[in-house]
Write a protein that binds this ligand. Sequence first.
Ligand SMILES: *Cc1c(COP(=O)(O)O)cnc(C)c1O
Length: 378
Amino acid sequence: MKQILYRPGRIFLSVPHMGGHERNYVQKALEDNWVSTKGPNVPGFEHDICQHTNAQHAVALSSGTAALHLALRVLGVQPGDEVICSTFTFVASANPILYVGATPVFVDSEPETWNMDPVLLEEAIKGTIARGKKPACILLVHLYGMPAKLKEIMEVANRYEIPVLEDAAEALGSRYSGHQVGTFGKVGVFSFNGNKIVTTSGGGALITADEELAKQAEFLANQAKEPAPYYLHSQLGYNYMLSNVSAGIGRGQLEVLEKRVKQRREIYSYYQSQLQEIEGIEFLPEPKTCFTNRWLSTLLLPEGVSPERMRQALEHENIESRQVWKPMHQQPLFSGYSYYGNGTSDRLFERGLCLPSTSSLTDEDLDKVVRTLKQELE
Ligand SMILES: *Cc1c(COP(=O)(O)O)cnc(C)c1O
């Protein structure tokens, strides 16, 4: 017998929300027997991604993590190279650095966007150069959908001529100065995992303006099969392709992306309007140059209120919440690596909580979250 996973009526942090047309694409795939990695939904989905983001080239892949791994490969990151990475992120940003045998150098956040601090970035670059080698890449994360300070970051990166890889896994639909994030660096990455703003049930994509890089990524994702009448391989490849069924779900989901962004922004606005008066609670305002998809609504609890206690109180009411990501420099896995810090991400981790942000939540659901939070704070 199958187990019931959750109590009915649960208010989820971030779960899939179908638009309706996904089934048409999937049904067509089943009817035509295009159920594997070949079939028209894959190039169709890649085309749709380019339309939505204004990217030149998109490669649909099996996950955001796979996309980051391939991005590091096509950017030429070699074993022993150093890669600068945001410390305040999910582990999937940093793991691919180890996959390619490179060494992560973690950089702390600034408080205005919670993303990589451009001043510390330059310190980290100088430190790495002083140890004998220029960093091979800057892996910049746009956390919770909030664009990083791209103007300042790109200025530093360009001055030192270091390629930027944007991890926009959480930031599809977010813009900086009117442009989709992920299009500023040499390569950008999205995730279509089930918890992201739109989903393929599991998938990712790599975008770039460089046709050669896109071709190379596609080649490596398909076991690096050389064009020959037999199986010929001269490079190390992977099985990272997206299936035509998953791509069909993705096509339906991209049709409603703008709607999902609007809904998530409204959820954030509601929480903010209901909770901002509470002494000590802090929200993350949207800087003038930024448009965020508000993938997850996050807030800082009053000093001294433990996010874990609040999570348990919400859980008691069948409401799912989560402490913000634990910074990479605090993770046992990465304890041996360099870290350029100012204490920002440590502070965010001590006080930060992610609230239910699923786009299908009702007004009653949101009201219940707010009531529970207020009660607990009294
Ligand atoms: C989800 C996520 C990823 C990885 O994406 P998957 O599709 O789950 O592999 C990478 N980076 C960040 C910041 C993420 O949130």
